[in-house]
Design a protein around this ligand. Structure first.
Ligand code: ZN
Ligand code: ZN
Length: 293
């Protein structure tokens, strides 16, 4: 909740006029408690999970030929019922795992000093906070994910996420409830170490979720803006991890590929890719290729 009652009071406190974004923020947040603002994260999680996969669901159901050539595993198609089951399961895990965690973690958020007031973060602060968060998350997630592939953790936890040998956008957060919490920790670590404004915190979790949805979409679309991000893994990269399944000892990274390069867990993928590019440089490397051993 903002410590000012009116726009004039906040102008006086800041010693300047409010920007357009700050006026919007004042109008939205002035009468909401910090707890309510904190709980928006679960709301955004459910909202973006319900909206962002829709284009991929429609492509999958329509079997649109022009886009089908970008499908990573074109021989596998999911039905609406299968996708709805996935959606139902994920929403249930959000309710039983993420919701309570959101409530319990509120004192920690306050203690860390994630701010809700004015001024809003500058563009520069927003940019470098997001960069720091993604680097921290990517590195820690790599090791957590790699540990989830040891026998006990895989059989008891991670195998749920790997039920999808052919990932779909809705299956991005499809996992055992404990995995949602385990892999939520690396995402939370950045804001915990470098706390910023709650809008940055929301934006970080929204972007991370959108990235996971694209990565699991099953489509390697050539016009995706993520293609311009250096060392970005992307859908085909993570698809290979799912295709190999429990035996997989590679492509663990969540966003970038550099950890897999540094720790040598990209070798199997690179070998297959090179092999097929040698056969034909114009060959699309997809799971049709994985099957040829
Ligand atoms: Zn895995
Ligand atoms: Zn996955």
């Amino acid at each position: 909740m903002l410590p000012y009652q009116t726009l004039d009071e906040s102008k006086h406190a800041l010693g300047r006029n409010l920007t357009f974004a700050e006026t919007l923020w004042f109008n939205y947040s002035a009468k909401k408690t910090d707890f309510v603002l904190h709980c928006h994260n679960t709301l955004f999680l459910c909202l973006f999970y319900s909206i962002a996969p829709i284009p991929f669901v429609l492509i999958e159901l329509s079997g649109y030929k022009k886009l089908n050539k970008y499908k990573i595993q074109p021989s596998v198609n999911k039905t609406l019922l299968e996708m709805f089951k996935c959606y139902k399961y994920v929403m249930w895990t959000f309710i039983i795992a993420v919701g309570p965690l959101q409530i319990i973690s509120y004192p920690t958020i306050k203690w860390l000093g994630i701010r809700t007031g004015l001024p809003l973060p500058s563009g520069w602060e927003l940019f470098w906070h997001l960069i720091v968060y993604v680097i921290i998350e990517d590195y820690v997630n790599y090791w957590f994910h790699r540990m989830l592939h040891n026998k006990w953790a895989f059989d008891n936890i991670h195998k749920v996420h790997h039920e999808y040998k052919t990932p779909i956008a809705l299956a991005a957060p499809y996992a055992h409830w404990s995995e949602i919490l385990i892999l939520g920790f690396p995402a939370f670590l950045g804001p915990a170490l470098v706390p910023g404004h709650i809008t940055t915190y929301w934006l970080w979790f929204i972007l991370r979720q959108l990235e996971a949805i694209e990565t699991h979409s099953g489509y390697e679309l050539p016009w995706s803006p993520t293609k311009y991000i250096p060392f970005y893994g992307g859908p085909a990269y993570h698809d290979y991890h799912h295709y190999v399944g429990g035996r997989s000892q590679g492509n663990f990274a969540s966003v970038f590929t550099y950890c897999d390069y540094i720790y040598g867990t990209i070798k199997g993928y690179q070998y297959k890719k090179r092999m097929y590019e040698k056969i034909s440089p114009t060959y699309t490397f997809n799971s049709q290729n994985y099957k040829v051993d």
